[in-house]
Design a protein around this ligand. Sequence first.
Ligand SMILES: C[S@@+](CC[C@H](N)C(=O)[O-])C[C@H]1O[C@@H](n2cnc3c(N)ncnc32)[C@H](O)[C@@H]1O
Length: 253
Amino acid sequence: MVETYAHPLNLHGRRSSADFAGPRSDAGMGAVPDYLRTHYWWAYIHPRSVKFFERQWLVNLILWGNYARLRDAALAQLGATLPGSTLQVACAYGDLTPYLAQNVASGDGTLDIVDVLPIQLQNLRAKLPAATPARLLTMNSAQLQLPDCSYDRALLFFLLHEQPSNVRRQTLREVFRVVKPGGKVVIVDYAQPRWWQPLRYVWRPLLATLEPFALDLWRNDIRKWIPADYASRTESRSFFGGLYQMTTFTREQ
Ligand SMILES: C[S@@+](CC[C@H](N)C(=O)[O-])C[C@H]1O[C@@H](n2cnc3c(N)ncnc32)[C@H](O)[C@@H]1O
C-alpha cells in the first residue's frame, strides 16, 4: 500500500482543494526501488533519518556550504515567476521547494512534486504553506504516470547521482517525455571536480562508500544519459571547483 497525495492522472484544469487534501491510499503506485532501500535507507526511508536530515544547516554542510548558491542558481534558471506547469522530480531536504512554490504562486502556475517515498512527501507537505498550489505525487521517476508534453519545466535537484545508470537513463527519458517542446529541464548534481579542488581527493572515497552511483557523474558528461531521440539545447555551469554542475536542457520542437 502506497500513500499518495493526489491522483497522478488528474491533470485537467486548475487544481481543486481536493487535490491537496491527502494523504490517501492508492495501491500499486510503485514499490521502493532496490537501490534506495539498499544504499539510502539511512538518508530517506526511516522516520528518524528524515527528522535528522531535515535541517537546513546539515544539508548545507553536506554540500560544503553551497546549498543556498545551488538552490538560488536553480531557481533563477527556472525563472523568478513561473506561469504554466512546473515539475520537481524528487523531494529535497531544505528550503528549495518552498522557494520554488513561491515562484510558482507568483506566476499563477501549478507545481507537481513526485517522489517514490510517501514519507518524503509527508515531510515536504509540512514545509509548504497550506495554500501552496502544489500536488505531491507518489511516483517513481523512472515510470512517471504523467501525460506526454504536459510541463513547461522540470527540476532534478541531486537525484541522478543516487540512481544506477539504467534508472538514471530511464528517469531522463521520462522527464523529457513529460516536458513540452521548448520546455526546460534543469539538473543540479555532482560533476567531476577540477584537479586543484582538494575535495576531489577527500570526497571521492566517501562518495564511493556512501553513494555508490555518484562517481558516474564524475566520470561522464551527463549528456551520456539523455535520450538520443529528444533534440535539445544544452547549457552548463559549474560550481565550487567543478564539484557541482547545473546543466539545463531546452527541448527542441
Ligand atoms: C532528490 S534526492 C535529494 C538530494 C539531496 N541529498 C537533498 O536532499 O538535498 C532524494 C530524494 O529522491 C527520492 N528518489 C530517489 N529515487 C527516486 C525515484 N526513482 N523516484 C522518485 N523519487 C526518488 C528519494 O525518495 C528522496 O526523497
